[in-house]
Design a protein around this ligand. Structure first.
Ligand SMILES: Cc1ncc(COP(=O)(O)O)c(C=O)c1O
Length: 400
């Protein structure tokens, strides 16, 4: 199928919740994508931080093909070997002792919210049900997770929303402390806000939140769906602040491109769940877990967290160098390979995104004047150089 045909079928038959750019990719390899007409692109979005190991990593493809030919799905009515191994691996890599597997980020957060409330029912009494989240946060699109999301534009059309969520400004410990009361059971935060703008908190914010949660006896849930698994230069972003959450959620890059989500927790918190409290038909199936095991192996053996730290720093420098004398660039923020290029007010991010696409570079217009860069963690210095050149030219041309 040609792009025009894919576009017209999509426009006719899909519910109009997306507004895609006029391109249809049909093949991928590492940091490269090809569209239906064979044009090559450098992908600096990676499916929004999903394809951390790069498109079609041979190890992940091999694991999926092998598992697909043997057994894809049984049920959580029975034991599942790859699920058990994946849970073991994730707990070795993180603070956590136990995992629950879902199919997406929103589902992972649903599990985390239910777990926090179940734990609170047993440990804090029936009154403590509220979860405090941050303005500009993003936690998903199901009714509970969109309510947890601190952006009114996503919530408003879908009222009535489930009760039990409160919002405070991000990176403001005093506001958070003031919001916590006897109705609170947990604080839910992205360690670095993704969809809300790649907002990195001050050094003392997350340690302060951790300490406050300990003092008040409430849980800290970290949503590492976008930041986790090497993207910020560490396995998990919480490591930058030397803290540990009580519950953490993962998804996006966990399956190396295959859908899977997970909620992880300490032993004490995880064991608030009892048989029958939560479940998922597809969650933790053989195929998704085999893909995730392979993706974790790649992140480890190819040292991708380290590469994200190095390439992230290099990419920032390259963009800065290209635009050193330009008023079009305000600044670059982020950690590792999760970066926001903040443009001046007279440069439209959508314009830059379109010019980049025409020049064979995929970037994401995150806000009116903000470009998000989240390339695969396997990205090389040459690919960063090529991307920086195309991006800088697009920014300059949009400015003039
Ligand atoms: C931090 C964060 N949490 C949750 C989600 C929701 O994940 P999903 O789209 O897989 O439901 C996202 C997706 O962008 C995210 O970035």
């Amino acid at each position: 199928m040609q792009t025009s045909e894919i576009m017209s079928l999509s426009q006719q038959y899909l519910m109009p919740v997306y507004k895609p750019l006029p391109v249809a990719f049909v093949r991928g390899q590492g940091c490269r994508l090809w569209d239906a007409e064979g044009k090559e692109y450098l992908d600096f979005v990676a499916g929004i931080a999903v394809v951390g190991v790069g498109h079609c990593h041979p190890r992940v493809v091999e694991a999926i093909c092998e598992q697909a030919g043997r057994l894809m799905h049984t049920s959580n009515l029975y034991y599942i070997g790859p699920q058990a191994q994946l849970a073991q691996r994730l707990t070795e890599l993180s603070f956590a002792d136990r995992c629950f597997f879902a199919n997406s980020g929103a589902e992972a957060n649903e599990a985390a919210i239910k777990l926090a409330r179940k734990w609170a029912g047993q440990n804090l009494g029936g009154q403590s049900r509220d979860i405090i989240t941050a303005d500009q946060s993003f936690h998903g699109r199901t009714l509970a997770t969109v309510t947890a999301t601190g952006q009114e534009k996503y919530r408003k059309p879908f009222a009535p929303l489930p009760p039990g969520f409160k919002y405070v400004p991000f990176n403001d410990l005093a506001a958070l402390e003031a919001a916590v009361d006897e109705s609170t059971c947990a604080v839910l935060l992205e360690p670095i806000q993704g969809e809300g703008g790649i907002n990195v908190p001050d050094e003392d914010y997350l340690p302060g939140v951790r300490q406050m949660c300990d003092e008040r006896g409430i849980l800290l849930i970290l949503d590492e769906i976008q930041t986790g698994l090497g993207r910020t230069g560490r396995w998990f972003a919480y490591e930058h602040w030397n803290i540990q959450p009580d519950i953490m959620t993962l998804a996006k890059s966990l399956g190396g491109g295959f859908p899977i989500g997970a909620a992880l927790a300490s032993e004490e918190v995880a064991c608030a769940f009892e048989p029958g409290n939560h479940a998922s038909t597809f969650g933790g199936n053989h195929l998704a877990c085999a893909a995730a095991l392979a993706a974790l192996e790649v992140i480890e053996t190819e040292d991708l967290a380290e590469n994200a730290a190095r390439m992230g720093a290099a990419l920032r420098q390259m963009i800065d160098d290209q635009l050193a004398d330009s008023a079009a660039l305000e600044h670059i923020r982020g950690r590792g390979l999760l970066l926001a290029v903040q443009l001046s007010e007279n440069v439209s991010a959508k314009d830059v995104q379109q010019r980049c696409l025409e020049s064979g570079l995929v970037v994401n217009a995150l806000a009116e004047h903000t470009i998000r860069l989240a390339p695969p963690l396997v990205v090389t210095e040459e690919e960063c150089q090529q991307a920086a050149r195309i991006l800088a030219a697009a920014i300059q041309n949009s400015y003039e």
